[in-house]
Write a protein that binds this ligand. Structure first.
Ligand code: ZN
Length: 193
């Protein structure tokens, strides 16, 4: 059962790697947001984690899982002032950098638990990068979570739980997950010809 209390058509398997060992409140809040946002896009999430604080991050050898890597600082020469992460095409990997999440969040006055609020922003940044990983062309656009440049508007919608994938982008993502799912080959001994 998911956050919506219904069975969803497609499942996205994620291996989440918290390389910097975030506070539990932050990490749990981010996880809850990713699952909720994808559920609202009609996507079930099968969330697995590597050991928190470890740099090791790999998918199971038989898996078609997506890797979500949360690091602290972006790579040297980072030239995307509006982004908090990136998702290299055709790698099934998404990266988000927590120092950039903190910098964005520091523009706004928070009420409530600051660590959980950072997790809310982190979760949206992860979902946005998964959007890049799952929307082959024109990922950016619209007024939802795939809006290219986030400002106070997006931050307010995040805190209200209403910064989501729009209908068309959600549909593209579901299609992409379905079409990428290649069933494992049946062992010869089990084959009935
Ligand atoms: Zn983007």
């Amino acid at each position: 059962m998911n956050a919506l209390g219904m069975v969803l058509a497609v499942t996205l398997r994620i291996v989440a790697c918290d390389q910097i060992k975030l506070e539990d409140e932050t990490w749990n809040s981010a996880k809850a947001q990713v699952i909720r946002i994808l559920n609202r896009a009609g996507i079930e999430v099968d969330w697995m984690e590597s050991a928190r604080g470890s740099k090791a991050c790999k998918r199971p050898s038989d898996g078609d899982d997506f890797l979500v890597v949360v690091g602290d600082m972006p790579p040297k020469g980072w030239t995307s002032p509006d982004a908090m992460g990136f998702a290299p095409p055709d790698t099934r990997r998404a990266y988000v950098f927590f120092s950039l999440v903190k910098r964005f969040s520091s523009n706004f006055i928070h009420t409530g638990d600051a660590r959980a609020n950072l997790g809310i922003v982190l979760g949206h940044a992860i979902a946005h990068e998964l959007g890049h990983a799952l929307i082959p062309v024109n990922a950016h656009g619209g007024s939802g979570i795939m809006h290219a440049k986030w400002s106070f508007r997006e931050w307010s919608l995040m805190m209200a739980g209403s910064l989501l994938f729009d209908f068309d982008r959600a549909k593209t993502m579901r299609h992409e997950i379905e079409s990428r799912h290649v069933p494992l080959p049946v062992p010869i001994s089990e084959r009935i010809d």
